[in-house]
Design a protein around this ligand. Structure first.
Ligand code: UT7
Length: 328
């Protein structure tokens, strides 16, 4: 174990160029721009072009993060990809990313923790550095959710988008970087947000395809109530671990599932609007990618400053939840 801290050395993101607006969706669905904006805060989302796979978005975001950190591909010891939309069930998407980057000195694996995936991956990746085993770890959150959405189901398909965000984790002086984590899960609530088929529970077969069982199913209302409670609670618990309170928090980067959920968290922590990252209006819910893309946005626009105490907080399928407190 090293006494040194572990922090974010560089950030990067990749977003498909194709923009699909709410008005575009009105053409094929019984929905409206007014309903989507007022209930969720989403105006538009990015949708990956045919032929682009999750590891492509990962690789683009990762190269940008490496450049931002000033380190080379050969210096990466480990690649962790958080995703629920891997290139294929086997192998891990992180292995495809490793090959595309030519990062052959790096170990590689995926983490699936729903929309909390990036927080879980940060927690795992940082332990390798803290323990002294590795120096630089690439952590990526990436999704092409558009490929697992039922585009005839207006209650889910309007909510999500595609994208990727990446960070390079490495050693920083003690007292800086990632200071505390709080992770949680309640598997008894798994069916609230899931893709029923395609695994051992319901292997792919003509009936599963016919029954549209390979697409995302969600009990939106129940997930909403759970999210409002857990986002605040888990952030408070992560602050408690450090003996800090909401008054110490400078900045919040929440998972982007619904603007009303984000607003509830903002009010609980009494933060002004400019101290809470919101990108859901432009990108929708990108699951594992929402938080790292918002982080990249906060850094590149100068809203998040070195020395700020920031909480990254998420929740999602599992159900899972997690928060990290970081001195950026
Ligand atoms: O990141 C993963 C975790 N996911 C989430 O956190 C999602 C959390 N949940 C939510 O964000 C919200 O629950 C939704 C945005 C999914 C839904 O908003 P809501 O205010 O909870 O609406 P609702 O599900 O109670 O539906 C209200 C009405 C229904 O019609 P009736 O039954 O009242 O006639 C729906 O059929 O809105 C209807 N509706 C729509 N109408 C137009 C549902 N989707 C749409 C739509 N366009 N796209």
């Amino acid at each position: 174990m090293t006494d040194k801290g572990v922090g974010i050395l560089g950030v990067g993101s990749a977003l498909p160029g194709r923009i699909v607006t709410n008005t575009d969706l009105e053409k094929t669905l019984d929905t409206s721009d007014e309903w989507i904006q007022s209930r969720t805060g989403i105006r538009e989302r990015r949708i990956a072009e045919e032929g682009i796979v999750t590891s492509d978005l990962c690789t683009e975001a990762a190269h940008k993060a490496l450049e931002n950190a000033g380190i080379t591909v050969d210096e990466i010891d480990l690649i962790i990809v958080a995703t629920v939309t891997p290139d294929s069930p086997l192998p891990a998407t992180a292995c495809y990313v490793q090959a595309k980057m030519g990062a052959f000195k790096a170990a590689a694996f995926d983490i699936a923790a729903g929309c909390t995936g990036f927080i879980y991956a940060l927690a795992v990746g940082s332990q390798f550095i803290k323990s002294g085993i590795y120096k630089n770890v690439l952590v990526i959150g990436a999704e092409i959710l558009s490929r697992i959405l039922d585009w005839t189901d207006r209650s889910t398909c309007v909510l999500f988008g595609d994208g990727a965000g990446a960070v390079v984790l490495g050693p920083v002086p003690a007292g800086q970087g990632l200071l505390s984590f709080k992770l949680g899960a309640d598997g008894s609530l798994a069916d609230m947000l899931c893709v029923p088929a395609g695994g051992t529970r319901m292997p792919a077969c003509p009936e599963s395809v016919e029954g549209r069982q390979h697409y995302v199913r969600m009990s939106g209302n129940e997930t909403f109530k759970f999210a409002v409670r857990v986002m605040g609670d888990v952030t408070s618990q992560a602050l408690d671990e450090l003996g800090l309170t909401k008054d110490d928090l400078d900045f919040l980067i929440p998972h982007q599932a619904n603007l009303r959920i984000i607003e509830a968290a903002r009010k609980r922590f009494e933060l002004p609007e400019e101290r809470v990252m919101v990108n859901i209006d432009r990108y929708g819910n990108m699951s594992s990618a929402s938080i790292p893309v918002a982080l990249e946005d906060a850094v590149s626009t100068g809203r998040l400053k070195r020395g700020d105490l920031v909480s990254l907080v998420g929740f999602g399928a599992g159900l899972t939840w997690g928060a990290v407190i970081m001195r950026y």
